[in-house]
Write a protein that binds this ligand. Structure first.
Ligand SMILES: [Zn+2]
Length: 451
C-alpha cells in the first residue's frame, strides 16, 4: 500500500518532518520512503491511501497498562473513600480483579483495544490479574489483541495475596504463555510475552526465588515498584533491603525487565536501575489519581535510567499521558521550567520505541525508516503556527488530540480508516461488556472488605 500526500514525522535522530511525502508499505514493514511523486512513479499499481496532507507518524506505544480495569469505570466503592494507595488496592483493585471470569477478562480487554485503535496506540504492554481465572487468561487476551490487529506484550501478575496455590498457577501461566509466544507466531508475531510480578509488597522471598528459578535467561520481568512508600516499608521489613535492592538480590533486574512507577525509590535504587539497564515506566495520571506523589523521572533520566511512559489502565490516549507528564512536574515542583517538552518526547516516543524493540526485535518499531514495522497513524492536525521538528513537542502537547487520529495501521494492516473501525465492532463490544457489568459489580461487592 502507498500512503501518499502526507507530512511524515519520522521520530528519527534527529527527528524530521517531511512535507508531501509518501510511504510504501509491503509485507508488514515500511519498504520505502520518498516524495509523493517519486513513489507514485515507482509503484503505479499500488493500492493508494491518500493522506490529504495529514501527519503520518509512528503509532503511539504504551509501556504499562491493565486491560482488566475497564469495569472500574463508574463503579462505586462501598463505604468511606480509600484514604491512601494501600486502601485503593484493598477496596478497589483486588476485589475487582477477583470478580473477573473468562468472559469479563475478554470484554474488558476488548473495550481497551477499541480505545487503542481509535486513539492510535498501536503497541501496548499489559500487566494482567484475574485470580479466579488465571490458567488460560493470557490466551483470551491474546485472542482479543489478534482480533483487534494491535501489537501487545502480555504477562500475568504473580502474587502471594491469594495464597500459595494461586501464586503457583500464576507462575505456570506466565511460563506457559512465554513458551507459546516463543515461536513468534502468536497473532502473527504481534503478541509477545514477559514474566509478570504484582509488586514486592505481595511477594514472599520464596515466591521471588521460585520465579527467578523458573524464568529462562534472556526473559525479563514486569513489576510495580515503590508506587507508594508502603512497598518500601514492606520490603525493608521482609528483607532488610529497599525494593530495588531486594529485586536485585533475586536477579529480577536487567535490560529485559520493566519496573512501573518508582515513585518512592531513593538515589541508590536509581543508580542500581541505571547500572543494570532496567527500564522504568512513568504513569503520571495514575500517580495523580492515587495521590502517591510524582516519580522523580527527570533525575532518573539524568542518572541514565531509560524512562518510558505508560497509562496504568487509564484511557488508551497516550498524548493525554504526555500532557499529564508535562504538567504534573511543573505543579509538583512549583517550577514551570520542569519537564521540558523534549523530555516528554524522549520518554513517550524514543524510550517507548526502544522498549518495544526489546519484545519485537526483528525490525525497528516506533520510527519511520525503511525496514521498520508499519505501525502508523494519520493525524488530521492543521497547525495555526509553523510546525518544525524543533517545536513539534509543544504542538503535540498543546495542539494534538487523539480525536484527530483518522487512520491506524499495525504491521501494514489498516485497523481504522477515516475514523471507521475495520477489525472491531465497537457497538457490539460495548453492549457485551455492559451486559456483563451488573454481574461483575455484584461479584466485586461480595469480595470487597466490609469495614
Ligand atoms: Zn499498574
Amino acid at each position: 500500500m502507498l500512503i501518499k500526500n502526507a507530512k511524515l514525522v519520522t521520530w528519527g535522530l534527529p527527528n524530521q518532518i517531511l512535507e508531501d511525502h509518501a510511504v510504501y508499505v509491503q509485507d508488514g514493514v515500511i519498504a520505502e520512503i520518498g516524495s509523493t511523486s517519486e513513489l507514485e512513479d515507482r509503484y503505479p499499481e499500488a493500492e493508494v491511501l491518500d493522506a490529504g496532507g495529514q501527519y503520518l507518524m509512528p503509532g503511539n506505544i504504551c509501556a504499562h497498562t491493565h486491560f482488566y480495569g475497564a469495569y472500574a469505570r463508574g463503579m462505586a466503592i462501598p463505604g468511606p473513600a480509600p484514604k491512601d494507595f494501600p486502601e485503593i488496592l484493598a477496596k478497589l483493585w483486588w476485589p475487582l480483579d477477583k470478580a473477573l471470569d473468562e468472559a469479563s477478562v475478554r470484554a474488558s480487554a476488548l473495550v481497551h483495544l477499541v480505545d487503542a485503535v481509535k486513539h492510535g496506540t498501536t503497541t501496548l504492554i499489559d500487566h494482567h490479574a484475574s485470580p479466579n481465572f488465571i490458567d488460560g487468561s493470557l490466551d483470551v487476551i491474546a485472542e482479543a489483541v489478534d482480533q483487534a490487529g494491535l501489537r501487545a506484550v502480555l504477562c500475568y501478575e504473580v502474587t502471594d495475596r491469594d495464597g500459595e496455590a494461586k501464586a503457583k498457577v500464576g507462575i505456570a501461566e506466565n511460563l506457559r504463555f512465554l513458551k507459546r509466544t516463543h515461536t513468534g507466531e502468536v497473532a502473527g508475531g504481534r503478541v509477545a510475552a514477559t514474566f509478570g510480578l504484582h509488586a514486592s509488597l505481595t511477594l514472599s522471598e520464596a515466591t521471588l526465588e521460585a520465579c527467578r528459578e523458573a524464568v529462562p535467561e534472556g526473559v525479563g520481568f514486569h513489576i510495580h515498584v515503590a508506587e507508594h512508600e508502603a512497598d518500601e516499608e514492606d520490603s525493608l521489613a521482609k528483607s532488610g533491603l529497599r525494593v530495588v535492592n531486594r529485586l536485585q538480590k533475586h536477579g529480577i533486574l536487567g535490560p529485559h525487565t520493566l519496573v512501573a512507577h518508582g515513585v518512592h525509590i531513593d538515589g541508590a535504587e536509581m543508580a542500581l536501575l541505571a547500572e543494570t539497564g532496567t527500564w522504568l515506566t512513568h504513569q503520571p495520571r495514575s500517580n495523580m489519581n492515587n495521590g502517591v506523589g510524582a516519580a522523580e523521572v527527570e533525575a532518573m533520566m539524568k542518572a541514565g535510567i531509560k524512562v518510558c511512559l505508560g497509562n496504568d489502565g487509564f484511557s488508551q490516549t497516550m498524548w493525554e499521558e504526555w500532557k499529564a507528564a508535562y504538567l504534573l512536574h511543573k505543579v509538583w515542583h512549583r517550577d514551570p521550567r520542569r519537564m521540558n517538552g523534549a523530555d516528554v518526547v524522549q520518554m513517550g516516543a524514543y524510550n517507548n520505541a526502544a522498549l518495544a524493540g526489546v519484545f519485537f526485535p526483528d525490525a525497528p518499531i516506533g520510527q519511520l525508516v525503511p525496514g521498520a514495522h508499519a505501525d502508523l497513524i494519520l493525524v488530521d492536525y492543521h497547525p495555526n503556527t509553523t510546525c518544525t521538528p524543533d517545536n513539534l513537542p509543544w504542538h503535540i502537547l498543546f495542539g494534538f488530540h487523539e480525536s484527530m487520529v483518522t487512520m491506524t495501521m499495525v504491521a501494514g494492516k489498516v485497523l481504522m480508516r477515516n475514523g471507521e473501525l475495520l477489525t472491531l465492532d465497537e457497538e457490539a463490544i460495548t453492549a457485551e461488556a455492559k451486559a456483563q457489568a451488573p454481574e461483575v459489580w455484584e461479584r466485586y461487592r461480595q469480595f470487597v472488605p466490609k469495614n
